[in-house]
Design a protein around this ligand. Structure first.
Ligand code: CS2
Length: 475
């Protein structure tokens, strides 16, 4: 036996019985949702074991399978490492290897919830109105074949099979950073179902539940260094470990098929009637400033959130943006002080143990900016409130894109459209107008109101100016 075999994690108890299929078993879910579910089962019981599904590659399955699905969630703070063993994942399936096995798992009567973290782009929306993108290659496949590729395709086919078998539907629980994520998922699932069978679409609309949620925990990508540190400091050898900050929040609309769910409230999740004020607060105050740091910080040569927040010019910029532009655009959730929330975010960003790469946050800007930056920006303009800082973030995104315009380096599902929009433009103004004409991002907004200001900000945001005086560029 090798050293690795001797120290390998194993189950100490039998795997829990399955109640959940989770689509998109990335680090975020393993460090957030799965931890709540483990704790809720430990506190209140219930059969809520999770079959995890990787929709693309076998990487996570290959790490988890030798450990029987057991992994370590490691809290990182000034107090050091705090490991917690998570043993609720009973199996991991890799969809492209065997899509039928994924459908079989979802159609099993024991499954009452299908949750998903597939990131913004995983919802395959297209066009300005956010409808299902029927030209998306995965959606084309899923409408033509019984073996889906997209998360939405799996949900529709599985619900179809359940209905044919006379089973109850499952609850579809989206944990992605999108406004009204449940309502949005309901809409595109019903759009696809209507193309499969109109009775199916009616059944889903009347019987299925799609609760909205707000999820929050900062989960930086794992690194070989942290895996080695975990081993060194705790003796745990776990190549499948995930790391996270101490903070966590989960606000869930209490709307589940037949009321079937883990007792989330027993372990600190908030079950509420209306998630909207929570999700807008989090999307704009946290994710919006994250994106601001990602683009401005990258242009300024910073690599992590902690480095960016400790840059006095960026820190002052975020303060003004929170106070003058984001908070005025929000309705505070019950018992929440938004200024306190901003102060707490600042502390979370400053956690020196968390190496959260700006590059990780900068990806998929086309999918993130609308709800994080553009919605408050245009709401402010319509209400006569200031929006200069939010415009500066858009200009920073444009500068970031123009610096990486060779296509290879833009990590975004519509990178080819973004590059086409930037190509061959004679001057800065033409480039800015080109990007503003990308419909998937700017279609719903009156962009003529911001074009002149954006050109000025884009020009001010040259690398040279930034290196000379970032404070002036951001003022
Ligand atoms: C980040 C989020 O990568 C990103 O876009 O803004 O992943 C963020 O860390 C989480 O939403 C925090 O809950």
């Amino acid at each position: 036996m090798s050293d690795a075999d001797e120290t390998r994690l194993r189950r100490t108890e039998e795997a829990p019985k399955t109640g959940i299929v989770h689509l998109g078993l990335g680090a975020f879910f393993r460090a957030h949702g799965a931890v709540y579910i483990k704790q809720a089962m430990a506190r209140s019981g219930g059969n809520w074991g999770i079959v995890g599904v990787s929709l693309r590659s076998p990487g996570i399955r290959n790490l988890l399978a030798p450990q029987e699905g057991v992994y370590t969630a490691v809290e990182l703070s000034a107090q050091g490492l705090k490991p917690q063993s998570i043993d609720v994942v009973s199996d991991v399936l890799v969809a492209p290897e065997n899509p039928q096995a994924v459908l079989d798992a979802m159609v099993d009567d024991s499954v009452r919830i299908v949750s998903l973290t597939v990131t913004e782009k995983g919802y395959c929306r297209g066009g300005a109105d956010g409808a299902l993108d029927l030209d998306h290659p995965e959606i084309e496949n899923d409408l033509a074949s019984n073996l889906p590729k997209s998360a939405i395709g799996f949900i529709v086919r599985a619900l179809d099979n359940r209905r044919r078998k006379g089973l109850r539907p499952f609850t579809v629980l989206s944990l992605d950073n999108l406004p009204a994520n449940g309502a949005l998922t309901r809409r595109i699932v019903c759009e696809m179902a209507a193309r499969v069978d109109s009775d199916l679409a009616d059944w889903i609309a009347s019987e299925c539940c799609f609760p909205c949620t707000m999820v929050d925990r900062i989960v930086p990508a794992m690194t070989p260094d942290t895996i080695a540190r975990l081993h060194r400091e705790t003796g745990i050898h776990d190549p499948a470990a995930v790391v996270h900050e101490p903070f966590r929040q989960w606000v869930i609309e209490d709307s589940f098929v037949d009321g079937q769910r883990p007792e989330f409230e027993a372990v600190g999740a908030q079950l509420v009637d209306d998630v909207e004020p929570f999700e807008n607060m989090k999307l704009r105050m946290l994710n919006g400033t994250h994106s601001a740091m990602a683009y401005i910080g990258s242009i300024a040569g910073h690599d992590t959130v902690e480095v960016a927040i400790n840059d006095p010019a960026i820190s002052a910029f975020l303060d003004t943006m929170w106070q003058e532009e984001i908070i005025p655009s929000l309705v505070a959730p019950p018992e929440t002080d938004l200024a306190d929330y901003a102060a707490a975010l600042r502390e979370r960003y400053r956690n020196p143990e968390i190496r959260h790469l700006l590059e990780q946050i900068a990806m998929d800007g086309s999918q993130k900016l609308p709800q994080r930056i553009l919605d408050p920006l245009f709401e402010n303009l319509a209400a006569g409130r200031p929006a200069e800082k939010l415009m500066t973030v858009v200009a920073a995104w444009f500068r970031f894109l123009s610096q990486r315009a060779d296509g290879e380096q833009i990590n975004d599902p519509i990178s080819s459209d973004l590059c086409a929009a930037m190509r061959g433009h004679a001057d800065d103004r033409a480039l800015v107008l080109g990007l503003l004409s990308v419909d998937q991002v700017f279609g719903p907004y009156p962009t003529d109101q911001i074009s002149d200001a954006l050109v000025r900000r884009f020009q001010a945001m040259s690398v040279q100016n930034i290196q000379q005086d970032l404070g002036k560029v951001l003022s």
